[in-house]
Design a protein around this ligand. Structure first.
Ligand SMILES: Cc1cc2nc3c(=O)[nH]c(=O)nc-3n(C[C@H](O)[C@H](O)[C@H](O)COP(=O)(O)O)c2cc1C
Length: 191
């Protein structure tokens, strides 16, 4: 039996992520995604939160199939997400398993929903990570077919959440775990 206060907290976390998707000013709109590099070192970078689905405990991000993070997640789908909201000094750490949609009906359909600017980013003929100081406006050409070829949807299935709120009066920390889309355990703990 999960305590009521923890169920409310879980709802609050997902509601906040859901709200951030459509608000570019929301600090939760960007998230630090960590993967494991080919040399076993952790690799972290900022990505944009594109969708948050409470029902399926899934977070969606977008990337390019020529990126390191894509290669790393193909080789090892274990990922970690780190959100921080300075408004309420809340940190949300998530463990996740990555599921990848690339060159399939899902990636094509999501690509269709992007703005022209968004699509263009994936259609450049200069690969991300190419060495040199490249002026994208001048040196990289947009090739329409490239967008379909390189656009990747990554759905991160959330396995657990480590929540921390720092507050002058009290600190709160909770650990939540999921199995098959259900919250199976949750507990408050000493921060
Ligand atoms: C504000 C911000 C938002 C970003 N959003 C994304 C994104 O949604 N997807 C992405 O692939 N890279 C995004 N990036 C770039 C990544 O942080 C990273 O530099 C790049 O993808 C290369 O990472 P990799 O070599 O580990 O794949 C963003 C960077 C910043 C600063």
């Amino acid at each position: 039996m999960i305590e009521k206060s923890l169920i409310s907290l879980e709802n609050e976390i997902w509601d906040a992520l859901h709200a951030a998707v459509s608000d570019p000013q929301d600090p939760l709109r960007t998230v630090c995604l960590s993967t494991t590099g080919m040399d076993s070192f952790p690799e972290s970078r900022i990505v944009v939160l594109r969708r948050a689905y409470h029902a399926s405990k899934t977070i969606e991000i977008h990337t390019d199939s020529r990126s390191e993070k894509y290669r790393q997640l193909i080789s090892n789908p274990n990922a970690s997400l780190l959100f921080y909201d300075p408004k309420n000094q809340r940190q949300v750490r998530m463990r996740a398993a990555a599921m990848i949609d690339h060159q399939n009906p899902v990636s094509f359909q999501v690509l269709d929903t992007l703005s022209a600017h968004g699509k263009n980013l994936y259609g450049l003929d200069t690969d991300p990570g190419t060495k040199g100081k490249i002026d994208i406006q001048k040196s990289a050409n947009y090739v329409e077919e490239n967008s379909k070829k390189h656009f990747v949807v990554i759905r991160l299935k959330i396995l657990s959440i480590d929540f921390l709120e720092l507050n002058r009066a009290f600190h709160k920390r909770a650990i939540l775990s999921y199995q098959d889309n259900s919250l199976v355990s949750a507990s408050w703990m000493m921060p």
